[in-house]
Design a protein around this ligand. Sequence first.
Ligand code: A2P
Length: 279
Amino acid sequence: MFSISDTYKLADGNEMPALGYGTYLIDTPELMDKSIEEAWKDGYRLFDTAQLYRNEMYLGDAIRRLGLKRDDVFITDKITEMNQGYDTVIESAEFSLQQLGTDYFDLLLVHWPVADKFFDTWRAFEELKKQGKAKSIGVSNYTQSQLELLATQANEMPVVNQIETHPYLTQQPMIDYDKSKDIITQAWSPLGRGLVLDDPMIKKIANHHGKSVAQVILKWQLSRGLSIIPKSQNPDRIKENTELDFDLSDDEITMIDILNKNQRTGNEPELVYELGKQY
Ligand code: A2P
C-alpha cells in the first residue's frame, strides 16, 4: 500500500520521498505559493526545481511564507547546462542556495549531460557534497553509456538519475541498469506531459479501479520502483496525484509496460551531450 510519506533509501544513506512535486512551468510567485501550500497540505515533502525554471526564489519564498521547517522539506535543484564546468557549478550553486534561502540542497542534479564539461562538473558536485552544501548528488537525463563513462573518473557515483519516463517511453533497460548500480531512477514527466492521459487501455484499467488515468500511471511508476515528480497547477489534481493507495495486478502492469513507443516529449540526451546545446 502506498503512503505519501514513503521514502527510498539512497546509496549514500539519505532518504528521499518516493513522490514529489514538480515545479517546472510555475512562473509566478502567486502560483508557486498556492501550489506549494496545496502540495504541503496533501503531504508532499519533496519539491523539485532547477536553475532553468527560474523559479527557485519563488519556491524558497513559498516555503518560508508557509513557515515550514527546512528539515521538513526535501529540495531538489539542478545545475543548468550553461553553468557546467568546475567553477561555474560551484558559483551558480551558491547563487541558487541564496535564491532558495537555504544553505543546502537535499539533492543536487546535473540537469543534462554535456560532453566537454562532463568530468569537471561532476568533480564540483563531489566538492559540494563534501562541503555539506548538497546532501546527495545525482544526475538527470544520463544514459547508460554516460554513467559508465562517469564511473571511470568519479570518486562517488550519482545516487539518483532523473529521466523522462512514462507509458510511451518506458526506458526499462535504463531503469534496470540504474537499479544494478544502486541508483534510484526518478521519473520526470511521469504522465508524459499529458500525452498518455487519453490512452484507451489505461482508461479501461482506471475505470476498473474507479481511479483516474493519471493515478493508474503514477501507481504503475511506483510499482516499477521509481520515484515520481508529477506536475500540476490545479489543486484538485495535485491532491489526486497523492491518492494512490490501490494495487494494480501483474497483468495490468504488463499491459501498461507494453504500451512503449519510445516516444519522447523532451530532448534526446545523447544529442544534448554531443552538441552541448542549452535546452
Ligand atoms: P494541470 O496542471 O492542468 O493539472 P507531467 O508531470 O508528466 O509533465 O504532466 C503534467 C501535465 O499533466 C500537466 O499538463 C498537468 O495539467 C497534467 N496533469 C497532472 N496531474 C493530472 C491529473 N491527475 N489528471 C489529469 N491531468 C493531470
